[in-house]
Design a protein around this ligand. Sequence first.
Ligand SMILES: [Zn+2]
Length: 83
Amino acid sequence: MSEIACVSGVGLLMEYLDGALPADVRAALDEHVAGCAKCAAFVASYLATLRIVREATAATLPADVEASLRAFLRTRTSAFRSG
Ligand SMILES: [Zn+2]
């Protein structure tokens, strides 16, 4: 497998965080994130945001809210790539 690019620079972030990736790809990304401060910070901020939203709603995340959150995070992902 070729070298894994930063999670924030590829389209795999959502799949990675959803656990929707094949085990070998996820393992490669896990290894990258563990050694990359930029990706670790991005993943941490995503997970923190999800926790805050879940605590605020105290229920399952409504589909429309989740869609909005994902759209927002995709914007941030693009910002990471260009920045
Ligand atoms: Zn990285």
